[in-house]
Design a protein around this ligand. Structure first.
Ligand code: AGP
Length: 592
């Protein structure tokens, strides 16, 4: 997620922009830049790396501008380099834009722009916005922006300044966050509240389809039709840290609740165009997925989807096990390395070893420009934004979205699957409305010493993931197991003190998982079910059931995982543990 800050007033804009951008650093970024209206001209400075690089390059420049925009870039389109950093300007240097989001139709817009004789210098989708504004400008920035937004498709928030209108910023919100800050004879705009708090606590969060016209003496908000809207400012009581958590107690909880948006951001990136891979999975004899931890669990689910929709054999292995094994791998193999950080040593070194043996290396990462991204032949990206909590949540479901898109992209007819996938963000939203019920259930079991998580088929990796979530943040022992395997030994563990979480959506193995639940009950075990709403059979067997909306079998992992994330979170929080930074753990394990 990129960060945007804008200022118009009577103080030096640069100070405001740099402080505001520093408050957005938690969002993660790979480059930063500012554009100022300095003595009637656009002054632009942008650097790859941290904000301190930008500060260093601005040192001693004595810039006095009182209007400016700033940006921290989390690359979605185009590599990490100065040319692709924001702000972006038109060829005549009269307009500057900073943007957060994805303009899905930027390729066709770029053709339109270049055929108008305008040179397009970067690899970004953002540059299309500034050129369209310059090409359509007829004397009023607001009217121009209202015209340009009708040409854009995707999710975006952007701000624009112009040498043609000195004391003005126009900004737009559609799909990506944008908040207005109200000051005295000065006004602000930013991607998130923390960037505003050093200057004002009076804020107006914009809604999708709104445009704000910022001037020193006033803020005017319109809809896309140009109708003036009346909006009340709200007072923000938070301190900075809680503002970065968006009012949530922990980053992990914020990230769990971000999933509807991060899923739609990720799905949008793939559904509106193909996977843009120069090969089909069927070009290979096998897909070998390697990963660690939560990413490994995503790979196990991806296996079922790819084998079902692409008909290609898939093997999933722990990266730490593959590197020193003698796995026969060659040019006929496609290695898919899954790593949200793109820096996990086990995954990177195993991937490189397999690439050495001739395999094609495709990676799935959340961080563009990460080591694995740079070392791979091809890369797919999740668009979950930086994940601050050590326990992976939103990046896991984003990985699932890409894996499902990859699997169904191999089908001739995938209309139904695409429609299914587009429903997922809303369905996850619905699951999240039941968080209070999950919390009440979690508190009933918070003092248990051992848990079993059982699932079959697509729910087996979900069981593994649910158990890992609980283990890593509550320090309670939890074991994920294939339900069908219980009778081969682990059922000896069952007693009335060991709760079993059974993930039991009514899918192809529903009858089987219900008989596994019966086996547990027969040994006085208590069962917490995770199943479809109004499933009376499951309810009759379980001590409690966490209900999720009824969906097609393929989609069940998206919905059954979320309650297990919440279940683990509420137990760990109840136990007073450091949910975001659990003991002994690092967010990225860069050692073997
Ligand atoms: C998951 O909650 C853990 N943080 C951990 O298992 C993590 O998934 C694993 O270290 C892999 O990280 P990666 O996806 O960045 O490679």
């Amino acid at each position: 997620m990129c960060g945007i800050v804008g200022y118009v007033g009577a103080s030096p804009a640069l100070l405001v922009l740099l402080q505001g951008l520093e408050r957005l650093e938690y969002r993660g970024y790979d480059s930063a830049g500012v554009a100022l209206l300095e003595n009637g001209k656009l002054y632009v400075e942008k650097k790859v790396g941290k904000i301190r690089e930008l500060v260093r390059s601005l040192w001693g420049k004595n810039l006095k501008a009182v209007v400016g925009i700033g940006h921290t870039r989390w690359a979605t389109h185009g590599e990490v380099c100065e040319l692709n950093a924001h702000p972006h300007t038109d060829n005549r240097g009269e307009f500057a834009v900073v943007h957060n989001g994805i303009v899905e139709n930027y390729r066709e817009l770029r053709q339109e722009i270049e055929s108008a004789g305008v040179s397009y210098v970067s690899q970004t989708d953002t540059e299309a916005i500034v050129h369209l504004i310059a090409l359509n400008y007829e004397g009023d920035l607001l009217r121009t922006v209202l015209k340009v937004v009708k040409k854009l498709r995707g999710a975006y928030a952007f701000a624009v300044i112009s040498t043609r209108e000195q004391s003005r910023i126009v900004a737009v919100k559609y799909g990506s966050p944008l908040v207005v800050g109200i000051g005295k004879e000065e006004n602000f705009v930013a991607s998130d509240i923390p960037a505003l708090l050093p200057f004002t606590r009076e804020v107006i969060p914009l809604n999708d389809g709104e445009v704000v016209d910022l001037r020193p003496d006033g803020v005017f908000i319109y809809d896309f039709e140009g109708n003036l809207l009346t909006k009340e400012a709200m007072h923000v009581p938070w301190d900075i840290i809680s503002a970065e958590k968006g009012g949530f107690k922990h980053f992990m909880l914020k990230e769990i609740f971000e999933q509807p948006r991060t899923l739609s951001d990720t799905i949008r990136g793939y559904i509106s165009r193909d996977m843009s891979l120069p090969f089909s999975l069927r070009d290979y004899r096998r897909v070998l997925i390697i990963a660690c931890g939560t990413s490994y669990h995503a790979g196990l689910i991806g296996k079922y989807w790819i084998e079902k929709h692409a008909g290609v054999p898939v093997e999933v292995a722990y990266a730490s096990e593959v590197r020193y094994a003698n796995m026969p791998v060659g040019e006929q193999d496609l290695v898919l390395a899954i790593s949200q950080s793109g820096e996990t040593a086990d995954t990177r070194f195993s991937a490189l070893a397999l690439k050495e043996k001739g395999a094609t290396l495709l990676s799935l990462v959340n961080v563009m420009g990460s080591a694995l991204d740079r070392e791979s032949d091809h890369t797919l990206y999740t668009h979950a934004g930086p994940e601050i909590g050590v326990a992976a949540t939103k990046t896991f479901t984003a990985q699932l979205a890409v894996l499902y898109s990859l699997a169904v992209s191999q089908r001739q007819d995938r209309q139904k699957e695409v429609e299914n996938l587009l429903k997922v963000p809303h369905l996850v939203e619905e699951v999240l409305t039941r968080a209070e019920a999950v919390k009440n259930l979690a508190l009933r079991y918070a003092h248990s010493k051992d848990f079993l998580y059982l699932g079959r088929y697509l729910s087996y990796p979900v069981a593994l993931e649910g158990a890992l979530k609980l283990k890593e943040i509550s320090y309670i022992h939890a074991e994920g197991y294939p339900a069908g395997e219980m009778k081969h030994g682990p059922i000896a563990l069952i007693d009335e003190k060991t709760p079993t979480v059974a993930i039991a959506p009514a899918d192809r193995v529903y009858e089987k998982i219900l008989s596994n639940v019966e086996e547990v009950l027969a040994r006085k075990g208590k069962v917490i079910g995770v199943g479809f709403e109004k499933d009376e059979r499951l309810k009759s067997l379980c001590d409690a059931v966490i209900e999720v909306p009824t969906v097609e079998e393929d989609l069940t992992p998206f919905l059954t995982t979320v309650p297990l994330q919440l279940f683990a979170y509420y137990i760990a929080d109840y136990l007073g543990l450091d949910v975001d930074q659990p003991r002994n753990l690092a967010k990225t394990v860069t050692v073997e």
